[in-house]
Design a protein around this ligand. Structure first.
Ligand code: UDP
Length: 311
């Protein structure tokens, strides 16, 4: 039986990844310090005899007994609201956490996957964003703590690949949503769904013409497992290329929930990217992957989850 270490395994994406790896006959060691992760996310897998949870901050030295075949470094605050609240922890987990987990990969001769992000492209000057675009990031702005930590993490991952011959993967994850997002996570999808269900105004930042491309969580996890199986060390975008204005997203959610909520325009946060859309040519040609779940279908499933959760 192969062993995988998943950091951030109690987070939204990490917990889906742990479940998928258990289904694929891995033993899973889930490491999380629970600052943004939640034990509820691993409730359904915590009784599995091949699953173990370790409460640890991977920014600190990390020791794991026995053989490790894969390390998947998914620990990090990932919502703008979270990385504004935890700026130093975000920088540390992206920098020191990546160093510690790569060190573990070197010691154990494990394969390694870094969860990177579309935020490495910053406020992009080209649209869609392909992997060879270098990005447009403000290093000292409020989002810089996440963007630069992930850019450094990519750099370190490639350095370990080149210098120590670690078999690495870098997945650049675009906006992903689905059941198990926190209702107070602060991102557009959970905010709008919870506001619509409660009959509160939907809070749109700016005029709502900024765009994002939303990927349903099952599609993303499938892309990640396909990338694990591929023999490829360069970054790969995984995301849904359908680009929506934030205002359109709000209206789709109002339709699905049949809510009478109104839209309220608030100030746009600093450095908020104006456009974001993945070029997934690489994932398509190399992994034969593309997103299958439409925004309407995925949002319907997510609305059902939040209905159970908040009422
Ligand atoms: N946004 C919004 N209202 C909200 C939350 C977010 O208008 O209540 C906007 C935000 O300013 C950004 C987009 O929706 O332009 C996506 O934000 P999110 O926090 O989901 O993720 P990001 O892509 O910015 O990391």
């Amino acid at each position: 039986m192969k062993t995988a270490v998943v950091t951030g395994g109690c987070g939204f994406l990490g917990s889906y990844l742990c479940a998928k790896l258990l289904d694929s006959s891995f033993r899973v060691l889930c490491i999380d310090n629970l600052i943004t992760g939640d034990l509820q996310n691993i409730e359904r897998i915590s009784k599995n005899k091949n699953f173990e949870f370790i409460n640890h901050d991977v920014s600190k030295y990390l020791e794991v007994e026995g053989e490790v075949d894969w390390i998947l470094h998914f620990a990090s605050p990932a919502s703008p609201a979270d990385y504004l609240k935890y700026p130093i922890q975000t920088l540390k987990v992206g920098a020191l956490g990546t160093h510690n987990t790569l060190g573990l990969a070197k010691a154990k001769k494990s394969k390694y996957m870094l969860a990177s992000t579309s935020e490495v492209y910053g406020d992009p000057l080209v649209n869609p964003q392909a992997e060879d675009y270098w990005g447009n990031v403000n290093p000292i702005g409020p989002r810089g703590v996440y963007d630069e930590a992930k850019r450094f993490a990519e750099s370190l991952t490639m350095a370990y690949n080149r210098t120590h011959k670690i078999d690495t993967r870098i997945v650049r994850i675009f906006n992903t949503y689905g059941p198990r997002m926190r209702h107070n996570d602060g991102r557009a999808v959970p905010n709008f769904i919870v506001q619509a269900l409660k009959g509160e105004d939907l809070t749109i930042y700016g005029d709502g013409t900024q765009t994002r491309s939303f990927c349903y969580v099952d599609d993303l996890i499938e892309g990640i497992t396909m990338l694990m199986a591929a023999d490829y060390n360069q970054p790969v975008n995984i995301g849904n290329p359908r680009e929506l204005k934030i205002l359109d997203l709000a209206n789709i959610i109002l339709d699905i929930t049949k809510s009478q909520s109104k839209i309220k325009l608030l100030e746009l946060p600093q450095d908020d990217p104006k456009v974001r859309r993945p070029d997934i040519s690489k994932a398509k040609s190399m992994l034969n992957w593309q997103a299958k779940v439409s925004a309407e279908e995925g949002l319907k499933r997510t609305v059902e989850y939040f209905k159970q959760k908040i009422f």
